[in-house]
Design a protein around this ligand. Sequence first.
Ligand SMILES: Cc1ncc(COP(=O)(O)O)c(C=O)c1O
Length: 395
Amino acid sequence: MHKSWNIIDADLGKLREAGQFKPIRNLLAPMGPVSKIEGVGEVVVLCSNDYLGLANHPEVVAASVEASKKWGAGTGSVRFICGTFDYHRALEEKIAALSATDASTTYVSCWCANEAAIATLMTIGADSVVAISDELNHASIIDAIRLGRQINKNAKSAIYKHSDMAGLEAALKEHAACKMKLVITDGVFSMEGDIAKLDVIHRLCEEHGAMLIVDDSHGVGVCGPTGRGVAEHYGLHGKIDCMTGTLGKALGGAAGGYVASHKNLIELMYQKSRPQIFSNGLPPGSAAASTKAIEILLRDTSRVAKLRENVNYMREGLKKLGFEAMSGPSAITPIILGPTAKAIAASKRLLELGVFVIGFGYPVVPEGAARLRVQISAAHERAHLDRALEAFKKL
Ligand SMILES: Cc1ncc(COP(=O)(O)O)c(C=O)c1O
């Protein structure tokens, strides 16, 4: 046995000792407002990103099955070699309509979409590009910027404190000489549940000639009067240079990610973005599921309204029980408990009480700010939420 295996074992051992080892649960029923966990039984699910409850919508499932029957399991190659399929085009037209952009293109995940947009732009920016990023941006944005700097050694980056608009402005001024300035933010910050100050960020980008990239993975389908996302919440729908997002949360809960923007940026993605040039396109089943999910959202926004009612009900219930539950337009409510071990113990106890909610600790969130992350869906009925609140009361 060579030494690599010992190093792996030692590393896993350190995680266990530090109480940071994440148990992976085995689910025996589909994801929904309730599901079934092996060794636990039925639980109310408060940790899914299926915000609109479309993952199991009969029309979404039927579209996925039909597409698999018609087109087979997958693309068999990357798109620039074997071509784009009709179902890719149908999905990308829907994403562009939802995002109010000229065009869009898709990837097998939003991780890939962020890597594609950010690293490609940083690469073509030659020696005059800077990527400016909120410190709490998603890991895929952080890694995409790291990658961009590795590929283009002349590219610069700057990180501002979370939602610190003076910090963003200072970074824009410091890098005023850069021809290409990219400002990148999450729409909804996934661990805090708060939303980006997009009104100010958008204004600063206009003033300083910067391109704004918003990853609205947790905002699309959730925020704004008709669920178009955080940009719609601020009256900026269709005014953001480049949107990225996932198809694995509100938009069907399957898998996939997208970049939505002007035609030339999308053309650049086809020509140069490595996660598309060197990786297969979305399989038909996933693409068709998301196409249908977006179609449902475009024609009927009642799920967005129900989601908001559910979120408010849950937050008010938690507050009455003495928990500090933040208000805001997102579907994420973090409950800060402090030490990592406390958050993990609380989530374990809640699971015993029939509620599936995850405790996040260091290194996912800063040390001392470990939390339970409560996520609500339009698929929850009052009875599910009351069951969950009863468990929190016992906790
Ligand atoms: C803000 C944000 N961006 C990107 C992703 C990655 O999405 P995907 O699962 O499609 O790779 C996530 C998923 O957690 C996310 O929260």
